[in-house]
Design a protein around this ligand. Structure first.
Ligand code: PLP
Length: 401
């Protein structure tokens, strides 16, 4: 539990900035305010800090520092990878392959390109929320210029077979991008082993500041710029560098490398206790593969209770969780990820995502598991559809029918 008494269980939406990270950033707002592009010493001080951060980000994913380009977040990195690849390679073809479970930061640029003459194949997933590399291979056409499949899913936490898909893309000489935002600092990442040409990263999902991210672009891989202007980031991404943000991202990624194993050792038992606790309630199901999932992710469907209603009910008890993904909260559309997994619409409405972080404790889990059943019962009792379902399922005639 945090000092404020809030139990924060939504680390896939964002994380608190780690104290070490904030401390590393602070001087770059005040005494070290230089523009890293300036030639005098105040500038070179900032430049050195940005280059140190670049090394730290590269180190976490097995890249070279000169293959890391800082952006204003993973949304920009995803847009740049997809539109930049499309624009640079349109003379070779206008077909892109992605998956049906991508983050909106990938799906929307793909929809944009569809409106401008590109064709996009959205490969599906199994009921376990995992892309079959064979389906990706089957979708390849002579005019395919890009494959973009996320490393792990932000809603259901499934880890995708990226090395296999990367191998397929490499053999066919097709650019391969992966959105690894949710994986960075949680599971080992190595761009060479994964055979990826591009990887999107964000600072604020790994205890860094919001509004800063990076794109890994393999040396020799060619994409068009998205943001044009000055010559920053080796002339590939214009705009004065967000020095405090970049310094924070570097510090967060160094810390992430140090903490990765300890974080997983801490979070996996908590995750598994939450899963077991929730599945003890009737008419509940785990979304996504049981073991091929992020160490901090619990995604469940609780039939007969709206995800949004449960979220607000838990909030009244000081517990923060998400219903599906934060980006779709506010609308009542069920999650595109759950629908792609074949979860029925009525069931998908009862989705809840609980994502653990470094600060969570056994007491946090106890509190969630003691409060949630009452919240669920309260909403189920008000739901006539659920009452009918429950009755139909429990009646002997329904079982023999
Ligand atoms: C959060 C997230 C993004 C967007 O990152 P921002 O830095 O917030 O723009 C992209 N992809 C995935 C999988 C995410 O979880």
């Amino acid at each position: 539990m945090s000092q404020s008494g809030i139990v924060y269980l939504d680390h896939a939406a964002t994380t608190p900035t780690a104290p070490e990270v904030l401390e590393a950033m602070l001087p770059y707002f005040s005494e070290r305010y230089g523009n890293p592009s300036s030639l005098y010493s105040v500038g070179s001080e900032a430049r050195a800090a940005v280059e140190h951060a670049r090394e730290s980000v590269a180190a976490l994913i097995g890249a070279q520092p000169e293959e890391i380009y800082f952006t204003a977040g993973a949304t920009e990195s995803d847009n740049w990878a997809i539109k930049g690849a499309a624009w640079a390679h349109e003379s070779r073809g206008r077909h892109i392959i992605t998956s049906a479970i991508e983050h909106h930061a990938v799906l929307e640029p793909c929809h944009f390109l569809q409106k401008h003459g590109w064709e996009v194949t959205f490969v599906g997933v199994g009921s376990d929320g995992i892309v079959d590399p064979g389906d990706v291979a089957k979708a390849i056409r002579p005019d395919t210029i890009l494959i973009s499949i996320m490393h792990s899913n932000n809603e259901v936490g499934t880890i995708q077979p990226i090395a296999e898909i990367g191998q397929i893309a490499a053999e066919r000489k097709i650019l391969f991008h992966t959105d690894a935002v949710q994986s960075a600092g949680k599971v080992p990442l190595d761009v060479r082993e994964l055979h990826c040409d591009m990887m999107s990263l964000s600072a604020h999902k790994l205890y860094g500041p919001k509004g800063v991210g990076a794109l890994y672009l393999r040396k020799g891989a060619r994409i068009a710029p998205l943001i044009e202007g000055g010559g920053q980031e080796n002339r590939r991404r214009a705009g004065t560098s967000n020095v405090p943000g970049i310094v924070g991202m570097g510090a967060a990624f160094r810390l992430g490398a140090q903490q990765m194993e300890a974080d997983a050792r801490h979070q996996i038992p908590l995750r598994d206790r939450i899963i077991e606790g929730i599945l003890q309630m009737p008419d509940t199901r785990l979304n996504g593969h049981r073991t091929q999932r992020l160490p901090n992710n619990v995604s469940v469907c609780i039939e007969g209770a709206e995800g949004e209603a449960m979220l607000l009910g838990l909030d009244q008890e000081g517990i923060c969780v998400s219903s599906g993904s934060a980006c779709t909260s506010g609308t009542l559309d069920p999650s595109h990820v759950l629908l792609a997994m074949g979860v029925p619409v009525e069931v998908a409405h009862g989705s809840l995502r609980i994502t653990l972080g470094r600060g969570n404790t056994q007491e946090d889990v106890d509190k969630l598991l003691s409060v949630l059943p009452d919240v669920v019962e309260r909403f189920r009792a008000m739901n006539p559809w659920y009452a009918r379902q429950r009755k139909a399922r429990r009646s002997p005639e329904a079982q023999t029918a």
